[in-house]
Design a protein around this ligand. Structure first.
Ligand SMILES: Cc1cc2nc3c(=O)[nH]c(=O)nc-3n(C[C@H](O)[C@H](O)[C@H](O)COP(=O)(O)OP(=O)(O)OC[C@H]3O[C@@H](n4cnc5c(N)ncnc54)[C@H](O)[C@@H]3O)c2cc1C
Length: 491
């Protein structure tokens, strides 16, 4: 006799966590809802929809193969799906792990769903609150060090393995020359994948796995071929390889197919057996137990209104190039947007130093930029996009998360990427038609916000640099032309 409905959202696909952890096979039915609103409600990248839906359907198939009672309901909305389940099974109590967004939390609370703690992260929301409330500023590095100790990861008698908590200074190398990158791992498509692809009228890439087994194969590929080189080149951007040594694990960590603890254990094991150097192992661990957990914690800590912040009063509408890689002649921006069109993913530096930097220094409206990022990326969710975009990417929170904005001119892009060679624009020039728009806009941005930035000791040096510019007036005129040109898709 069924007595409970266990509702599993599409980002809780882990049979040992959340609401499935204490499943009673005799009395529970597991429910997943494929909501039409998810598919048609926004202009989501089809690669992303394909990944999310196919992963959910594979998950259902796996549960069924184990003899678990599962319902997969297609409905207009999540609530309509819950109603349908109730009409089949009776007015039973519905249980779910705490959802991953404020919106979903409010919706399910209103529906009367009972929540169990969300243990798909390594840090409970409560533990993060306790940490945040004890801090004057929310510096990620402090959180990360506490995480290393709390989770007992590469710490011996309170001291970090390798003698340092952070090996950033050894990393951050520019793109290497004549370097042989490992082959990409491709995931073959099966019947479920093809069915989803047909329904979406889309031909997916073979980049993203849609099963737990595929996610583990991706982890294994990362450990074998990439982990050792991860640290040194984590900030580099190359033209000949879109993945470099990045793990490509975020989609699975975020939809539940890969448990972060499993990823961390595998990385620590690889280090202990001498397969990877400490500077890479530490860098990866910091991303997962530090940044990922911090961003999720901050999302809940900062509250629902945080996503509407616009501390720099940026009002420019979203530039056409974000939605169309052909709408600019800037080689870096066009190439990065093309990569997103192709597979719904680029690594951290293009997200931060090219896309967000462009939005930041052009004064693009943060919420319009956030909406686009949410729709374009395979691994996007509210909890992870909101802090990354509003806090880290475009500094719209006035410095709550990051002590300074990540603004950079063409010199940074020229050093860390291979896009400048052959580009129409010259990163060394700040005025004139050949000037790199990043260089022009960087100085213009500093000038527009000099009053607030000069008070920030991490920015004052850059602001004082304005005084050395003899061509500031000419630069401001050019910056206006650049913004007008970018807005018309003609720069
Ligand atoms: C503006 C902006 C938007 C971003 N949006 C997202 C997003 O929607 N979803 C997402 O998962 N990540 C996001 N990130 C963080 C990061 O860029 C991606 O996690 C990473 O590029 C995913 O590729 P990977 O799995 O190969 O990561 P790796 O470089 O191999 O890193 C390992 C893992 O660390 C975690 N991680 C690293 N940095 C972050 C971070 N800042 N926030 C959260 N997790 C992190 C991810 O789980 C990632 O899989 C964003 C960063 C920026 C600057």
């Amino acid at each position: 006799m069924t007595s409970r409905i266990l509702y599993v959202p599409f980002d809780h696909l882990n049979r040992n966590k959340g609401v499935l952890k204490d499943r009673n096979p005799k009395t529970d039915v597991v429910l997943l809802v494929e909501s039409a609103r998810m598919i048609t409600g926004r202009d989501f990248h089809k690669e992303r929809l394909f990944f999310l839906i196919s992963s959910a359907r594979h998950f259902v198939q796996e549960l069924k193969a184990e003899g678990i009672k599962v319902e997969y309901i297609k409905a207009a909305t999540t609530v309509a799906g819950l109603d349908k389940a109730k009409s089949s099974y009776g007015d039973l109590p519905i249980y779910c792990a705490e959802p991953s967004s404020f919106r979903s939390f409010a919706q399910l609370t209103e529906y009367g769903v009972n929540f169990v703690p969300n243990d798909l992260f390594l840090t409970s929301r409560q533990d993060f609150m306790t940490w945040a409330k004890s801090q004057k500023t929310y510096v990620m590095e402090n959180f990360y060090r506490a995480q290393r100790v709390r989770l007992d990861i590469l710490v011996n008698a309170g001291k970090p393995e390798g003698g340092q908590w952070n090996f950033d200074a050894d990393n951050r190398l520019p793109p290497p020359k004549d370097y042989v990158w490992p082959e990409y791992l491709y995931h073959e498509r099966d019947e479920i994948d093809l069915e989803v692809a047909k329904e979406l009228d889309y031909t997916p890439t073979k980049t993203w796995a849609t099963t737990h087994k595929g996610a583990l194969a991706q982890l294994d590929n990362f450990i074998t071929n990439h982990l050792d080189g991860f640290g040194p080149y984590e900030d580099a951007v190359t033209k000949d390889n879109w993945a470099l040594h990045h793990s490509l694990l975020s989609p699975y960590l975020n939809n539940g197919l890969l448990d972060p603890q499993v990823a961390i254990d595998a990385v620590v094991k690889a280090y202990e057996s001498g397969k990877a150097r400490i500077q890479s192992v530490e860098a990866f661990i910091r991303q997962v137990i530090g940044w990922r957990e911090y961003v999720n914690g901050m999302y809940w800590f900062l509250g629902e209104d945080y996503k509407y912040k616009n501390g720099l009063n940026a009002q420019l509408p979203l530039l056409p190039v974000f939605r169309n890689s052909k709408a600019t002649e800037m080689n870096c921006v066009s190439s990065v947007v093309k990569d997103i069109e192709d597979r719904s993913w680029v690594h951290h530096i293009p997200r931060l130093m090219i896309l967000s930097n462009l939005a930041l220094i052009t004064g693009t409206n943060p919420q319009e930029f956030l909406d686009w990022m949410r729709e374009a990326f395979i691994d996007a969710s509210d909890w992870v996009m909101v802090p990354n975009v509003i806090g880290m990417g475009v500094h719209a929170d006035g410095g709550i998360m990051m002590t300074k904005p990540y603004a950079a001119g063409g010199a940074y892009i020229s050093r860390m990427t291979q896009y400048c060679k052959g580009c129409k624009y010259n990163p060394k020039l700040r005025v004139g038609e050949d000037a790199c728009p990043f260089t022009t806009l960087y100085w213009d941005f500093l000038d527009r916000h000099k009053e607030e930035f000069v008070k920030n000791h991490r920015m004052s040096q850059q602001v004082y640099g304005l005084k050395k510019l003899s061509d500031l007036e000419e630069l401001k005129v050019r910056a206006n032309q650049v913004i007008t040109g970018l807005s018309a898709g003609q720069i």
